[in-house]
Design a protein around this ligand. Sequence first.
Ligand code: AHM
Ligand code: MG
Length: 341
Amino acid sequence: MDFTSTKTITLTDFIFAEQRKHEGASGTFSNVLLSIALATKIVSRGVNRAGMTQMIGAAGSTNVQGEEVQKLDVYADKVFATTLGRSGEFMAMVSEEREDMFAARMGDSSSEYVIAFDPLDGSSNIDVNVSIGTIFGVYRRLPETEGSSKSNLADFQQPGTEQVAAGYTIYGSSTMFVFTTGDGVNGFTLYPTIGEFILTHRNMQIPDSGSIYSCNEAYFSKWSKGIQQYLKNCKSGDLGNGHTKVSMRYVGSLVADFHRTLLKGGIFLYPGDSKNPNGKLRLLYECAPLAFVVEQAGGRASNGSQRIMELVPEDIHQRTPLYIGSKHNVEAVEASIAEHD
Ligand code: AHM
Ligand code: MG
């Protein structure tokens, strides 16, 4: 990377250039994005050093979902809560790691935003050196709660369409921060030597169709006829989009599977089954943010019959089935569900 080139755009350059496009912008929204980027840089540092700092392994407790909490989960949650709290831009936060919504330390009645995040997704992959990620979605507080000095659950009970920013960071072979504010999707790669994210993936677009499907096929027998039939079609070379060469890829880290799907096209599926009709993934801080990103990149995200972006969370930890990726692939699985289920 040529840091002396006038063409090099840092995340900070990018955010302030966007701010200048909005006359009278106060800078609070820029601060929202910069504080998320800072938190994610700190987590990236922690992830990269985990093997050397005894941060690998279980923390010895379970979270609200009953899943074993890893030491890095606890660290990432703390980094996000304190870093975003210090920014003063958030009234309240929701984290996968905490049962209840919590007030941001420095949030006051003038804080305009709330944020939901999964500080470290895919934690079962930490110990085996496989990519993990962070996911976040930002909402503006509702007009009726703005000005109140109390956090309000209603601020989180908005459909994904109301997100003002959403994205993820992938801690992979490099660390990438990918986000949207409703005006396309841009990806930034972390250059650790200067501690900055640099714009490397401008205006990301997902192919309209792709040849890769991604799911945990060990659950095949538990899935509905519609899903089973769709997967049989995939294996026989028919993903509903004219592709003949079909591949299956599954990392088991949503961010990594999603990132590949965004870049190469295809579909990621996490269906419900008879025991868990809503699947595993959480609407507010996993599915809705990625749905915003994929739609902004020209793709589609569905629960099988409805747009993920239109679902309203009743509960902050609510789960939903997820079919996300290239438009034609997601339409094909929706058609199979409509026909067989
Ligand atoms: P987590 O939030 O506890 O890390 O769980 C979410 C992860 C996702 O990253 C991934 O897509 C999914 O769980 C994998 O689940 P499974 O092991 O059932 O395939
Ligand atoms: Mg998660």
